[in-house]
Write a protein that binds this ligand. Structure first.
Ligand code: FAS
Ligand code: PHB
Length: 398
């Protein structure tokens, strides 16, 4: 079946879904394909924190109804180290806050809105054999087999590769046209979702001799926690009791206890810094995890994906209407934000995680950095402005 659309979008994660909505708001039609089912996409546990700019972006796009009702505004975080737990007050330092609202909810809201506005066909879930081709022409092609077995070839004016780190779009670009910079970290995160009220009002990032731990949350009744493990850790060796005992040890503080509860979901996430540039090849535009990955310690991954497409939507609008300047600036504009977030995520990660086999210098340096960051207003402000997020580019959709 041969069809046509203005923008082919590969991947119905936050980047692809938001882009499809922002384009529709501009009267630009798109075909959005996704290899997983709707249920899988809505249930996939990922990020939990929205920057102030992401909240503003979703509000401006008319997508923040549930976010405004259920999102939990946080005015800061705690850094725990050397037997102390110190607060970084974002409101006092930057006047900005972050909002705890799970990526699963963002995806649920975006899917519901796209289907309400564009009908059941607005997102092609559970497709197979996706392909992109003719990317260096002004008629790139998107091919896929739909859930009901029809093979489609869609002629596009542009294609957005929003298919994450393991997708097909980045790898469809000739290797000599991309520069990839990557670093793997010698640790991973074991994450749990637990049916128990959080034992803290705001997130706790804990440095500990046994390894890093993070206490986050999803709702007043559901907690989200992570602990540093080895990248080749076998999750079967981590029964719930062992997880809670290890978390209790890493968060231990006189007069405070961590409340355990039933574990609803557990998974291990590897950690890497990864940037591929440029984020454009011909009529293919890469956005989100398809182009870059950050370790989750800075809570940047989801926010970067949203920021990419907030700029990509007006850029594609211009390209399709004879004003290519924003499209020509897309990669460089996004990469400036990507590299700032990549540095911040690396800085938070290496300050808080214990490197296996590290020399005796690592821990004292980390503790000195943590003490400085929690006692110097200038240092605390630097963390706060990066964590709450730098302003979106003036040309972005917000
Ligand atoms: P996504 O990966 O979310 O979406 C890509 C979509 O494309 C997926 O639905 C996938 O099924 C689909 N797809 C893949 N290949 C395809 C193909 N060939 N054709 C069609 N569709 C295809 N970030 C944080 O800020 N905090 C966190 O705690 C955090 N935890 C994470 C845990 C894990 C296990 C992972 C993998 C990431 C985590 N991240 C976290 C980062 C994460 O939130 C991403 O930054 C965010 O999902 C990026 O959104 P997208 O770019 O839309 O990519
Ligand atoms: C989460 O709630 O999943 C979360 C929060 C902050 C991070 C990483 C993950 O830095």
């Amino acid at each position: 079946m041969r069809t046509r659309t203005q923008v082919g979008i590969v991947g119905a994660g936050p980047a692809g879904l938001l882009l499809s909505h922002l384009l529709a708001q501009r009267g630009i039609d798109s075909v959005l394909i996704e290899i997983r089912s709707r249920e899988y996409c809505e249930a996939r546990q990922r990020a939990g924190v929205l920057e102030a700019g992401s909240v503003a972006l979703l509000r401006a796009a008319g997508l923040a109804g549930r976010l405004d009702r259920h999102g939990i505004e946080h005015g800061g975080i705690y850094l725990q180290f050397g037997g102390e737990r110190r607060h970084i007050d974002f409101r006092d330092l930057t006047g900005k806050t972050v909002t705890v609202y799970a990526q699963t909810e963002v995806v649920r809201d975006l899917i519901a809105r796209r289907i309400t506005d564009g009908g059941a066909g607005a997102i092609q879930f559970s497709v197979t054999s996706p392909q992109v081709a003719d990317l260096d022409t002004d008629r790139p092609v998107l091919r896929y087999t739909s859930q009901d077995g029809v093979r489609y070839e869609v002629s596009c004016d542009a294609i957005a590769g929003c298919d994450g780190f393991h997708g097909i779009c980045r790898t469809a670009v000739p290797a000599d046209a991309l520069t990839i910079v990557e670093r793997g970290y010698p640790y991973a995160w074991l994450g749990i979702l637990a049916d128990v009220p959080p034992s803290t009002d705001e997130l706790i990032y804990a440095h500990h001799a046994r390894g890093f731990a993070l206490h986050s949350l999803r709702t007043p009744a559901v907690s989200r926690l992570y602990l540093q493990v080895s990248p080749d850790e076998d999750i079967a060796s981590w029964p719930d009791e062992r997880i809670w005992a290890e978390l209790s040890e890493r968060f231990a503080l006189p007069g405070w206890t961590l409340r355990p509860g039933p574990v609803l979901d557990k998974s291990i996430t590897p950690m890497r810094s990864f940037v591929s540039a440029p984020m454009r090849y011909g009529r293919l535009f890469l956005a989100g995890d398809a182009a870059h990955i950050v370790p989750p310690t800075g809570a940047k991954g989801l926010n970067l994906a949203l920021a990419d497409v907030a700029y990509l939507a007006p850029a594609l609008d211009g390209l399709l209407h004879g004003r290519p300047d924003k499209a020509e600036a897309y990669s460089e504009t996004c990469l400036q934000r990507v590299w700032r977030a990549t540095h911040f995520s690396w800085w938070m990660t290496t300050m808080l995680h214990r490197t296996p086999g590290a020399d005796d210098l690592e821990a004292p340096l980390q503790l000195a950095q943590l003490r400085y960051t929690t006692t110097s207003r200038a240092a605390a402000t630097s963390l706060a402005e990066n964590y709450t997020g730098l302003p979106l580019n003036a040309d972005s959709a917000a």
